[in-house]
Design a protein around this ligand. Structure first.
Ligand code: NCD
Ligand code: ZN
Length: 347
């Protein structure tokens, strides 16, 4: 049995770090990633280059001195985003990508896009400048069943946008369905897809069977088992289009444990140990580096990180906190439901 593997330092291509006390509390748990695409869904959202630069500086201030992490900032696309501000922020090296949230699709997405024709000039400018669009792929039509919202989004929104905007580089964020996997595979090297840690581990039973478990509720919501298996097959395939985006999305327990609790799983503290477990289960440890460290960088046109990490399988489980403190609040860490024997260290 393999009991130690060395990888290029991994990157996290979809991460929520929040702001204020939460930022200070959660950022150290992502400090071991080389780069992370930082989601802009603050309140208010990060919509201009100047706001992205200021947020980047707050993140840097929250990082431990020894941190590897270099934040890769994004802008939150709204109906009134100025194409010139987007291209200027990209040229100045402030942003790596732009995030599209359909209005109302998820946490803090009220300012998202309501009319895809209105953002056409921004999408054209991004295609011209090679700026990737990170897409939260769920329709918000209340008539569409929540478990179908990703598949319907692909047909109604994503495919038409891609057809109308040749050259636009698109990341399908946090895919959760076999339809998402299939659509990602239908594209060329202008189409990538991130997969979260938790969607490789849980299906919808984890949320709903035997009692309701708010800490497993996230968006897009976990689907039935066939979809989880499709995601595991895609993530462990080694294919360049699939890469890690944890979507680690911390919320205070006081906001999750409510009659109407909010969506998000906080996976930053134990992600690499969980991934090693999953890839070992799938007999694919040799493809973990492609998924976590190589494919995403290549999609974004960046070299792999130069330094390395080691994952070692030990007899005693890796320790991680069940909860962390953020100001006066508590945030619960994602519990994969099995002990984690893979320990993460610098190589
Ligand atoms: C994210 C959040 O809390 O910001 N929640 C989630 O369930 N993933 C938003 C998102 O990425 O959809
Ligand atoms: Zn997210």
């Amino acid at each position: 049995m393999t009991d130690s593997i060395v990888l290029c330092r991994p990157d996290d291509w979809h991460l929520h770090l929040r702001d204020g006390a939460m930022l200070a509390a959660v950022t150290p748990f992502s400090a071991g990633f080389g780069r992370a695409i930082i989601m802009p869904n603050l309140v208010p959202p990060v919509v201009t280059g100047a706001q992205a630069a200021a947020y980047r500086d707050r993140i840097r201030a929250a990082l431990p001195e020894t941190a590897a992490l270099v934040p890769q900032m994004t802008l939150y696309l709204t109906d009134s985003t100025d194409p010139a501000d987007v291209t200027a922020a990209h040229e100045a090296g402030i942003i790596r990508a732009v995030k599209l949230y359909p209005a109302g699709a998820t946490t803090n997405s009220a300012s998202g896009v309501t009319d895809f024709d209105r953002v056409r000039p921004v999408l054209e400018a991004m295609a011209g400048a090679g700026i990737p669009l990170c897409v939260h792929g769920e329709v918000t039509d209340p008539a569409v069943d929540i478990f179908d919202r990703e598949a319907v989004f692909i047909d109604r929104v994503l495919d038409p946008i891609r057809r109308k905007t040749p050259g636009l580089r698109v990341v399908m964020e946090h895919i959760t369905t076999s339809e998402g996997v299939a659509y990602a595979r239908s594209g060329g090297d202008d189409l990538g897809a991130t997969i979260t840690t938790h969607h490789l581990v849980i299906n919808r039973n984890a949320i709903l069977a035997g009692g309701i478990r708010p800490h497993y509720y996230c968006l897009p919501v976990a689907k039935r088992e066939t979809h989880r298996l499709a995601l595991r097959e895609a993530a462990t395939s080694g294919e360049a289009r699939f890469f890690l985006g944890t979507d680690s999305a911390p919320h205070p327990d006081s906001a999750k444990l409510q009659p109407c609790g909010c969506a998000g799983c906080f996976t930053a503290p134990n992600t690499m140990s969980i991934l090693a477990h999953v890839f070992e289960d799938e007999d694919a440890l040799d493809r973990l580096e492609a998924f976590a460290s190589l494919n995403g960088a290549a999609f974004y046109g960046l070299p792999p990180n130069e330094d390395r990490i080691r994952l070692t399988r030990r007899e005693t489980p890796a320790a991680y906190p069940a909860t962390i403190a953020a100001g006066d609040e508590t945030v619960t860490v994602f519990d994969p439901g099995f002990p984690l024997y893979w320990h993460l260290e610098d190589a």
